[in-house]
Design a protein around this ligand. Structure first.
Ligand SMILES: [Zn+2]
Length: 354
């Protein structure tokens, strides 16, 4: 009798749940069939009046049915929810897509790639060196005397020598007596390359350099230099002049003249500053070139025989020219940028123009 009653409730509940179309309807059914005032709850309460034998029979049945009804309601709720999601989350395949912004190269990278392309097309090899450099390669090998101001902490970022703890972590390997510095120029790459290679060769060494200086519109503590080195039996200043003129004419895509002026660098002998004819006025004189018709570009010279000796070449056996300039300066001339600090500012309004 009670058993039949329970099964009837189950049949009615299943029927109602199937018919129900909304979350609210299902909530009401849960109250109706499983709530405190439900018929089913009354039956469960009355179980205590039954004989032990009946309790054993009806109890598990009642619990099982209660559980089944609860699960049926839960499943029905899930189905209704997924239907609602489908209706509200319609995809309009004709709607225009969100545009993904395309990345691009930094202006300094663009310029450096171009420089590398021009030089490799002239048969130059690209050499690389560390940004943390020893005092030997940064200065001694380049014939820069011990008392030169570049060795001062005012000009160069020196790194702290290893302390005892770091030495222990370094497996007690002997520590070079050399001081370490962030390289103030790319010239150490010349010395490193020459120690491992025999002339003849022509290389370029582009890379980042660091100097301890106050920054302004034309000075940065971090900048990119560019170094060229050609060594052979009879390399002379005429070769340099030709390579310089050829490079700048290709870089600025117009015929340019090159001018050499005497100068001094410890690692070259003789040394010269070199200028190119103004890329704006073509040499007539304008505000960019201060009416001179020339633009100062960088330093160069014939490699000092003392530098050759320092890397293990016999004195007066080879001749070569070395040449360096700032990549930023070229980029600034190419793109008419008036402040060097913009390159590393991270300002997207600037960067996005390239
Ligand atoms: Zn000019």
């Amino acid at each position: 009798m009670l058993e039949q009653k329970i099964l009837n409730i189950k049949t009615r509940a299943t029927g109602d749940i199937k018919k129900s179309q909304s979350e609210k309807g299902l909530f009401d059914l849960r109250v109706k069939y499983l709530g405190r005032k439900s018929e089913f709850n009354k039956i469960l309460k009355s179980l205590k009046n039954l004989s032990l034998e009946e309790k054993k029979k009806i109890g598990p049945l009642a619990n099982a049915v209660k559980k089944e009804i609860g699960e049926e309601i839960k499943n029905a709720e899930k189905i209704i929810k997924s239907k609602i999601n489908l209706e509200t989350e319609k995809i309009d395949v004709t709607a225009p897509g969100k545009k993904i912004k395309r990345g691009h190269l930094h202006p300094l990278t663009i310029v450096q790639n171009e420089i590398e392309d021009i030089f490799t097309s002239m048969g130059f090899e690209i050499a690389d060196g560390p940004e943390v450099e020893t005092e030997f390669y940064a200065f001694d090998a380049l014939n820069i005397p011990k008392n030169h101001p570049a060795r001062d902490a005012w000009d160069t970022f020196w790194l702290k020598p290893m302390n005892n703890e770091q030495r222990t972590m370094n497996n007690n390997k002997p520590v070079a007596s050399d001081r370490l510095a962030l390289r103030p120029h790319t010239s150490p790459v010349q010395a490193r390359y020459m120690r491992k290679h025999k002339p003849p060769f022509r290389i370029i060494a582009p890379g980042r350099c660091f100097r301890n200086e106050a920054t302004d519109s034309s000075h940065e503590h971090t900048f990119n230099q560019f170094e060229a080195l050609v060594v052979g039996d009879d390399i002379n200043a005429g070769h340099f002049k030709y390579v310089g003129q050829e490079f700048f004419s290709r870089f600025f895509k117009k015929e340019l003249k090159v001018r050499l002026r005497p100068s001094f660098f410890p690692f070259t002998e003789p040394s010269f500053e070199f200028d190119i004819s103004c890329v704006v006025c073509g040499g007539k004189g304008c505000s960019i070139c201060s009416q001179t018709g020339w633009l100062e570009i960088g330093g160069a010279g014939m490699v000092n025989q003392t530098v050759f000796e320092a890397v293990g070449y016999p004195r007066n056996r080879y001749q070569g020219f070395a040449w360096g300039f700032g990549v930023e300066r070229l980029a600034m001339m190419r793109y008419k940028i008036d402040d060097i600090r913009l390159f590393y500012s991270g300002d997207l309004r600037f960067i996005d123009q390239f």
